[in-house]
Every structure is written in C-alpha cells, then in structure tokens.
Design a protein around this ligand. Structure first.
Ligand SMILES: Nc1ncnc2c1ncn2[C@@H]1O[C@H](COP(=O)(O)OP(=O)(O)OP(=O)(O)O)[C@@H](O)[C@H]1O
Ligand SMILES: [Mg+2]
Length: 251
C-alpha cells in the first residue's frame, strides 16, 4: 500500500462569485521512501497539493490518506499532532524566526513534543550537524547566507524525525552551487535516512535528483514523457491551424 494516496483529490477556492479549482480529481500514489519531484507552471497548484499533503489545508473533494490515516477526518488538535509527528516542511523563503538563533529555530518544533531539555538539545545538535551547520548554531538568520538559512530550515524540518518531508522550491532563491549542495543534502535524507520526499521545483537540474518527476498541467498529473507528447500534439495542432488558415480552410 502506498504511503500517500490521493484519490480524486480536489481543492477549490471560492473568491466572491468565482471559484478557482487548482486541483481537480487528482490521483497520486507515493510509496514510502520515494523521492518525487513535482513540476508545473506557476499557478498550477503545486503548493496547494503540498499543503494538502502536509495537512496545512484541507481538500474540498476526494480522499487523501497518509499511512492509512484519512487526514481530513482528524479533528484540529489531532491534525496538529499528526502533522508535528509526520511532516517536515521546507519553505522557499526559509521562514526562520528572525529574533531566534539557528539553534532556537531548529528547537521550535520540538517544543510541541514532550521531551526533556537534554533530549531536545541532543536532537537539535544532531539535526544541525546533519545539515553541516553546527558551527553557526548561535547565529541569527540575518547573520547567515541564503544557503545556510536553508540548511537551518531543513534542520528544523527534520528535527522531529518525520517520515515525510515536503519542500517547496527550496533552491529557488539560491545560486547554482548552494542549490546543488541543498539538493545533495535532501538526496541524502531520502537515500540514507529513508525520508519520503516531495520536492516542488521549477528547475530541471533539481528535479534530476529525484527518483521520478511529475508535472501538474491543467489540473492533471503527467509524466515527462506524456507531457512532451501533449506539447507536441498542441504544437502540431496550432501549426496545422495556421496552415489551414493560410490556405483558407476553415479551422
Ligand atoms: N488561499 C487561496 N485563496 C484563493 N485562491 C488561492 C489560494 N491559494 C492558492 N490559490 C489559487 O490557486 C491556484 C494555485 O496556486 P498554487 O499556489 O498552488 O500554485 P503553484 O503551482 O504553487 O504556483 P507557483 O509556481 O507560482 O508557486 C492559483 O491560481 C492561486 O491563485
Ligand atoms: Mg507555489
């Protein structure tokens, strides 16, 4: 059984009289230990899908089951518990708390868990070491480079030892070298620590680290091969449309 199962998953937002439906009856299976890259044009619903999987937002239709749990059926407080045990979220813009040090930022999610100070300390140290930033533990976010801030954000996402890590364009703001280092780190989390990883990215280079890539395209999930075929058919259509127009054939 897949770890994450989306069946006819739908998310619609109502704004005034109009409704936007970024996700329409989406089917997706993600196995434990998978590393999935999610690509697609701006506004195609990538962040929306991550937020549903992370239990930050709730679907308006269909079913989403994670580890056998139908997360839409959980009460608010159960869902908060579930999230803090199962999900690590890495945001594009790091979202570190500016008045807290690197150490304190990483410690934050642990405050929701019943742990002694000592246990918390050990976990934070382990996470900081794992991402290679233990020597900057007492720096504030403004005293870190972008790549270092993202490492701290990743440490914060893994400190609770979640099964699933979702990352929303984690390299979108970084130079090529820092981006490659972050991707190598995320790949290690998947390969060595067995984290199930869903990565949203616009960048084919980053997507190449994943075990597989899917594209969100007009509310559907398609594989790269299928996407290439869809684009070829569209190009073909518009070409023959133009050709017909040139020859006076009604389109
Ligand atoms: N809270 C909301 N209320 C209303 N509409 C929303 C809300 N959140 C997202 N949307 C709309 O849903 C659509 C999908 O948004 P989403 O953020 O998932 O796109 P995305 O694929 O992550 O795009 P990008 O690559 O630019 O980050 C957009 O049209 C957006 O305007
Ligand atoms: Mg987005």
């Amino acid at each position: 059984m897949p770890l994450i199962e989306c069946r006819r998953l739908t998310k619609a937002y109502r704004k005034g009289d109009s409704t936007i439906t970024p996700l329409h009856e989406l089917d997706l299976d993600v196995d434990a230990g998978d590393f999935l890259a999610l690509m697609g044009p701006s506004g195609s619903g990538k962040t929306t899908l991550l937020n549903l999987i992370a239990g930050i937002d709730s679907p308006t239709g269909g079913r989403l089951s994670i580890g056998g749990v139908d997360i839409a059926s959980l009460s608010r407080s159960r869902l908060a518990d579930w999230r803090s045990n199962n999900i690590g979220y890495v945001f594009q813009l790091y979202n570190l708390v500016p008045v807290l040090t690197a150490y304190e930022n990483v410690e934050l999610p642990l405050l929701l868990h019943r742990l002694s100070r000592r246990e918390r300390h050990d976990r934070v140290q382990t996470a900081l070491q794992l991402v290679g930033i233990a020597d900057r533990h007492d720096h504030f976010p403004r005293q870190l480079s972008g790549g270092q801030e993202q490492r701290v954000a990743i440490a914060r996402a893994i400190v609770t030892d979640p099964k699933i890590i979702v990352a929303d364009e984690p390299t979108g703001d970084l130079d090529a070298e820092s981006a490659a280092a972050i991707m190598a780190l995320l790949t290690r989390l998947n390969r060595e620590l067995d984290k199930t990883l869903i990565l949203v990215t616009h960048d084919a280079k980053s997507a190449a680290y994943a075990r597989r890539a899917l594209h969100l395209e007009k509310g559907r999930l398609v594989e790269a091969q299928e996407l290439a075929e869809m684009r070829a058919i569209e190009a073909d259509r518009s070409l023959s449309g133009r050709e017909n127009a040139r020859q006076g054939v009604p389109g």
